[in-house]
Design a protein around this ligand. Sequence first.
Ligand SMILES: [Zn+2]
Ligand SMILES: [Zn+2]
Length: 252
Amino acid sequence: MKYTLDTIPVLDAYKTGCECPLCQLRIACEDSYVDSMLGAAYMEPDCRVRTNEVGFCTRHFQLMYDRRNRLGLALMTHTHMQEVISSVEAILKADTPARGGLLASLRGSRDEGGTPQKIRARMSGCVICEQMEGAVNRYAYTIAQLYGTNSEFKAMFDASKGFCLPHLALVLEMAEKTLSGEALRTFRAAVSAVELPNLKRIEGELEWFTLKFDYRNTDKPWGNSRDAVERAINKLMGACVGEDAQMPPHND
Ligand SMILES: [Zn+2]
Ligand SMILES: [Zn+2]
């Protein structure tokens, strides 16, 4: 797969000094995809075709529902539903009992291509998740490429707080795919140098959060620990709780 550099948003995300620049970029593009899905993007024939076919996950249906553009959401859901109905009709009409029936299922054998699996598979996609994955992969690629070629970025990266663990894995994977030799070794060392101290810093901040509940520590300062629970969870799993996981406010 070929990627293109997306330098400006990456530099901007690093300038904020956040706990994971890729989480920040992910939330920003999620916000704009949810918005555009209810407006401009859906008017494009290619997007309509893909949306009707693939649909959305529960999170992205929820986020679109929260934007209150009910007519846009209704139109999109209607044409998607028409396609789903014709797929489900075909699946149900082709229905044959699972091989071996009850006896085989008691023995633990499963027919992977059965009707329930086909229905689940039909409903498993999400257009917004697909778009976000593409964008975040592009940003991870940009980070891996810029480190060895852009001194301004290198300085920001070396002073950064690393990544959440899912994005740590993604960045290393992208580096393995697109760098080699000395460039790969240098980048890997730079990633470890920012990641480990920052994981341990948050672990320490979380520990202080728990110790603050001890009456002997009541009068001692919180330091950076007030939001340590959110930051620890977000560092482990990718931004999912607290302020760092919030979408920008909307007036729609
Ligand atoms: Zn992240
Ligand atoms: Zn989704």
